[in-house]
Write a protein that binds this ligand. Sequence first.
Ligand SMILES: *[C@@H]1O[C@H](CO)[C@@H](O)[C@H](O)[C@H]1NC(C)=O
Ligand SMILES: *[C@@H]1O[C@H](CO)[C@@H](O)[C@H](O)[C@H]1NC(C)=O
Ligand SMILES: *[C@@H]1O[C@H](CO)[C@@H](O)[C@H](O)[C@H]1NC(C)=O
Ligand SMILES: *[C@@H]1O[C@H](CO)[C@@H](O)[C@H](O)[C@H]1NC(C)=O
Length: 354
Amino acid sequence: FNIINITFYPKRLKINKRNALFGMGNPLLDISAVVDKDFLDKYGLKPNDQILAEEKHKALFDEIVKKSKVEYHAGGSTQNSVKIAQWMIQEPHKVATFFGCIGTDHFSEILKQKAAEAHVDAHYYEQSQEPTGTCAACITGDNRSLVANLAAANCYNKEKHLDVDSNWSLVEKARVYYIAGFFLTVSPESILKVAKHASDNNKIFGLNLSAPFISQFFKEPLMKVMPYVDIVFGNETEAATFAKEQGFETEDIAEIARRVQSLPKVNKNRQRIVVFTQGREDTVATVVKIFPVLDIDQNDIVDTNGAGDAFVGGFLSELVQEKPLEECIRAGHYAANVIIRRVGCTFPEKPDFH
Ligand SMILES: *[C@@H]1O[C@H](CO)[C@@H](O)[C@H](O)[C@H]1NC(C)=O
Ligand SMILES: *[C@@H]1O[C@H](CO)[C@@H](O)[C@H](O)[C@H]1NC(C)=O
Ligand SMILES: *[C@@H]1O[C@H](CO)[C@@H](O)[C@H](O)[C@H]1NC(C)=O
Ligand SMILES: *[C@@H]1O[C@H](CO)[C@@H](O)[C@H](O)[C@H]1NC(C)=O
């Protein structure tokens, strides 16, 4: 089996058009600001960390906005990836659609504006019970302490949003679907509906393992979706945890990829592709092929936080244009390489990818 010869589409379609790529996940407004040590101490934060907000962090988000010069970005794992895909594609705008849940507050207004600036066609489910989800990046020198508060992102509602005809028709317009595993904690029934649609219509559905806790504690919904998944993304730690949870009894990344590939699949017209990144080590895609990452001088690395999301974004940008797997991975490496040279998941005005 030679992955290079995979044809993603039965015949050449003009695919690079509005709403061809669909993403659904936890929308967060990224708020980044330079803070001092007193600020970290006040909220009990380590200089370099990634945590979920607890009760004691509630006031942090207002305080950081009041006290510091903050920068806002549309964030959250899936939204980052589709945003980067849209950036790679550039024209036309709104190739990427995004669904997720937000509040009706000041932060939701900023988030909508930021998504629009990124030319992503975001259609949020808006509810007023919970505030818009946020992720504060508290910067001290080269260190970043990330505090995420999912809030409204947890409230996505299939009946009230996905099932609404005008929204579902946007799902139907897409050819490629991508959802990070994190969303399994919010609305597995929504993921299943989209995944089944993709499978029934021989379209491409991609899922990211996202974090070890997904394979550990959301095993049941994860394995319910798996038969509909055409592309499984993950990094080496996520792959290892998945393998352990599934009783694969191997730590070899290529062997894990092979085992994941051969898990049951409903749409037999497409063989599953598995893409495991390993940071600076080579990327493993399905069985046969190993793809070297781009060289980067360690001194040029500013912040590796957005690298995983960026890899997926670059990959999707080529996938939606019907490019072969090799090109998708090359674009993934390119996007990750750009993002780790910058603070946060941000990018220059235009990509330089040929
Ligand atoms: C960054 O964090 C490390 C420990 O994680 C610490 O040694 C270093 O002093 C911090 N730098 C700044 C500028 O806070
Ligand atoms: C999507 O659903 C929401 C209700 O949650 C509705 O307000 C909106 O008009 C629907 N359609 C689009 C295209 O956003
Ligand atoms: C892989 O993902 C995990 C979270 O799932 C993260 O903690 C780890 O740093 C990532 N590894 C690399 C090399 O990016
Ligand atoms: C998703 O997949 C990418 C690429 O395999 C990986 O680097 C990343 O850590 C995963 N998780 C998220 C949240 O993007």
